[in-house]
Design a protein around this ligand. Structure first.
Ligand SMILES: *[C@@H]1O[C@H](CO)[C@@H](O)[C@H](O)[C@H]1NC(C)=O
Ligand SMILES: *[C@@H]1O[C@H](CO)[C@@H](O)[C@H](O)[C@H]1NC(C)=O
Length: 334
């Protein structure tokens, strides 16, 4: 099924007075690196899938301007050299071996080579302050397996896709039944900033959720984090369709998918971000109230996005049936 970009925007993006960017970023690399949480570690503990500019590397010092160092990007807004990454989904067979799940291009972006869909939504209350060079953040906890703890990350969820357009029924745990069109992981970051720190030791405490209500309901930012930033949101569609035959699923009735860090609950979902837009291009897009289309920004085709790649630094096989997850996984609660 093919949808025009305009039809998709009309169906998936609520019309409003605030700016919203929705765009495709193809896969840059799948590699066992994490320059935010585990800088200089080659390899890092678990596998990630990464999109954005090709300055992505083992170590990425905060003083660097990614838009100056990258020479290409996998994102359709060509001035966006940021990096965005998440864990990688695996299927665990009855015999205990693992198979990596492929990324599926999102609706409207069918030509993309894997990757994910990125949204930046402006605040509905007052002004939106775009991220600054050197800004980075993490949301979620890869080690978490606890549903109560998962509540602190208010908007990390899964959608069991009945078809490519399904956008309801989000859960905090992995879907418990086969999903006919794949599993979408939804990663929404906090929307309030302390206005001072571009990063923090846990990569999270410089940002916060609204003090009441939600970003969507226009909830105010807390006094400690008074600056409204765009809501950064990743939609990551995993092509679980080849594994939907219930005879392949565990005999105890549990679901068979597991994140690359060894999480079979889904509560360990997490996303990482390193800002890398050129100059003030993101602020301009927010101020111009861009709504999906944004003539103020330079664009490139999805074919161009697909051409930008980085060679994996860690030489290990991540395809086929694997005896263990790359790096071993933590395997807690499995
Ligand atoms: C990554 O960093 C290494 C070591 O600093 C450097 O040699 C290499 O060119 C960098 N790669 C990219 C893609 O920037
Ligand atoms: C393990 O199970 C998968 C899925 O059923 C199968 O394709 C694979 O060949 C099996 N591997 C071994 C070593 O039995």
């Amino acid at each position: 099924m093919h949808w025009s970009a305009a039809a998709v925007a009309a169906a998936l993006v609520a019309p409003g007075a605030q700016a919203i960017l929705r765009f495709s970023c193809s896969s840059l690399v799948i590699d066992r690196l994490d320059p935010l949480v585990n800088p200089a570690q080659l390899p890092s503990p678990h596998l990630h899938q990464v999109v954005g500019g090709n300055a992505f590397n083992v170590t990425m010092d905060q003083g660097r301007d990614l838009s100056q160092e990258a020479t290409c990007t996998t994102c359709t807004f060509a001035e966006d050299f940021s990096n965005y990454w998440t864990a990688v989904l695996f299927f665990r067979a009855r015999n205990g071996t693992f198979h990596r799940v492929n990324l599926l291009p999102n609706v409207g972006f069918e030509q993309a080579n894997g990757g994910m869909t990125i949204y930046y939504s402006a605040q509905s209350r007052g002004t939106t302050t775009a991220f600054k060079p050197g800004f980075r953040m993490l949301v979620g906890d890869a080690a978490n397996r606890d549903p109560v703890k998962a509540q602190q990350y208010r908007q990390l969820t899964y959608t069991c896709l009945q078809n490519a357009m399904t956008r309801s029924g989000e859960t905090k745990n992995f879907p418990t039944k086969p999903c006919p069109a794949g599993i979408m992981a939804n990663v929404r970051f906090p929307t309030c900033w302390d206005g001072k720190n571009l990063d923090s030791p846990d990569h999270m405490s410089h940002v916060a959720y609204p003090s009441s209500g939600t970003f969507e309901s226009g909830g105010p930012c807390p006094a400690t984090h008074p600056v409204g930033i765009p809501q950064l949101f990743y939609e990551v569609v995993w092509d679980t369709r080849p594994f939907n035959d219930k005879s392949l699923w565990p005999e105890d009735g549990s679901q068979p998918f597991v994140w690359s860090q060894g999480d079979a609950t889904g509560y360990g979902t997490h996303g990482d971000y390193m800002f890398g837009w050129k100059g003030d291009s993101l602020q301009k897009a927010m101020d111009a109230n861009c709504n999906v289309a944004c003539p103020q920004l330079k664009s490139q085709s999805i074919a161009e996005d697909n051409k930008c790649t980085v060679t994996p630094r860690v030489k290990e096989d991540t395809t086929g049936w694997l005896k263990e997850l790359p790096g071993g996984g933590e395997m807690a609660n499995m």
